[in-house]
Design a protein around this ligand. Structure first.
Ligand SMILES: [Zn+2]
Length: 50
């Protein structure tokens, strides 16, 4: 069974089992979010934090 997660910035589908190391996990405001790359993680963080 393959689990999919979505990048919260560009909605890219990510396989959380096969590519667990490619998935970027970032804690923003105390909540963990998943992203396809660090660029998306930084963009999301900028949107949420001022
Ligand atoms: Zn992305």
């Amino acid at each position: 069974m393959t689990k999919f997660v979505k990048c919260e910035v560009c909605n890219e589908k990510l396989s959380s089992e096969k590519c667990s190391f490619a998935v970027i996990r970032r804690v923003v405001n105390g909540e963990e979010h998943l992203f396809c790359c660090s660029a998306c993680a930084d963009r999301y963080k900028k949107k949420r934090e001022h």
